[in-house]
Design a binder for this molecule. Structure first.
Ligand code: NAD
Ligand code: UDP
Length: 312
């Protein structure tokens, strides 16, 4: 049983709310911070009565003064439509937000984990992606506010480590899905499930041959906590994702079949800079953290479809 004081920024979002719940169950005291840009109170409603849970409305682009043992820095819009809605704010959240959270960690000597992303590899020319691949990122495109913001945040984390000996951890999260994803956030799994359940057209961007690797939320939560707590002083960056790769067309077929939907597939324009392939090499996580995902796509999709069936 652990009983640390833990700050989770972006704690009312999809991943953050699952992490808060997991840590609370374990006996930790949680300070959940969010500005509710993409997060939602309903994600954390059932945590609000827990005496070990505290909610703080705050924007991490402004300084914060609290006392905690660990910080999970997750605050940042994560889906293309949301991070492109106000790109300047996205960069500010990634960069100023990281500076504020790192400054806080330095002052109170807390350990701090950054939720980075597979987007740091851009449209990768090396496949699958290993952590030592530097990536292929456009620095002036519509995805750059997110990709470059997250890359700069990694730079800041490593400079605080080199310069100030801060105890850092960096995880590069690959496409993650599960209950509590926002139904309107435009990500492929939530879009396809909602469209299939409503009998609307399934929108494939491009010809659907682009690939992604989908990780169920519970696998990620365990990976993040293992990374924060590893005793080998392993700071990363480390890929956390499911190495099973699917074409987007295949995903659409699977979801139509599992929902017994009458929806038909329509093809739309592929967004600019949309990566053609993405798949993590997770040998480093296996070696350093003894971690690998356990939940196959069908099993995770079943739970996610059930969730969306209930809320639609
Ligand atoms: P999400 O949008 O559900 O959660 C992000 C949360 O951060 C939201 O609750 C939002 O309100 C909050 N937020 C945004 N800007 C903020 C600010 N300036 N101050 C305070 N709070 C702010 O997204 P998610 O999928 O839960 O992603 C969480 C983290 O994981 C993000 O940092 C994202 O980049 C990273 N990530 C997610 C995925 C994925 O597949 N879901 C993949 C790679 C990386
Ligand atoms: N996508 C799609 N239809 C949708 C939403 C997304 O075909 O309704 C595609 C998108 O173009 C991308 C992939 O699915 O190739 C994954 O998109 P998502 O936004 O979920 O994640 P990311 O592109 O950030 O990996």
């Amino acid at each position: 049983m652990s009983n640390k004081k833990i700050l989770v920024t972006g704690g009312a979002g999809f991943i953050g709310s699952h992490l808060c719940e997991y840590l609370l169950k374990r006996g930790d005291e949680i300070l959940c911070l969010d500005n509710f840009f993409t997060g939602a109170k309903r994600n954390i409603t059932r945590l609000l009565n827990n005496p070990n849970f505290e909610l703080l409305r705050h924007d991490i682009t402004f300084p914060l003064y609290v006392e905690v043992d660990e910080i999970y820095n997750l605050a940042c819009p994560a889906s293309p439509i949301h991070y492109q809605f106000d790109p300047v704010q996205t960069t500010k959240t990634s960069v100023h937000g990281a500076i504020n959270m790192l400054g806080l960690a330095k002052r109170i000597k807390a350990k701090i984990l950054q939720a980075s992303t597979s987007e740091v590899y851009g449209d990768p020319q090396v496949h699958p992606q290993k952590e030592n691949y530097w990536g292929n990122v456009n620095c002036i495109g519509p995805r750059s506010c997110y990709d470059e913001g997250k890359r700069c945040a990694e730079t800041l984390f490593f400079d605080y480590w080199r310069q100030h000996n801060l105890r850092i951890r960096v995880v590069r999260i690959f496409n993650t899905y599960g209950p509590k994803m926002a139904r309107n956030d435009g990500r492929v799994v939530s879009n396809f499930i909602v469209q299939a359940l409503r009998g609307e057209d399934i929108t494939i961007y491009g010809d659907g041959s682009q690939t992604r690797s989908f990780q169920y939320i519970d696998d990620l939560t365990i990976g993040m906590v293992k990374m924060m707590e590893n005793e080998n002083n392993f700071i990363g960056p480390v890929n956390l994702g499911n190495p099973k790769e699917f074409a987007i067309k295949e995903l659409a077929g699977k979801i139509i079949e599992m929902t017994c939907s009458k929806s038909k597939i329509v093809y739309k324009l592929l967004p600019e800079d949309d990566p053609k392939q993405r798949c993590p090499d997770i040998s480093l996580a296996k070696k350093e953290l003894a971690w690998e995902p356990n939940i196959p796509l069908e099993e995770g999709l079943k739970k996610t479809i059930e969730y969306f069936r209930n809320i639609i």
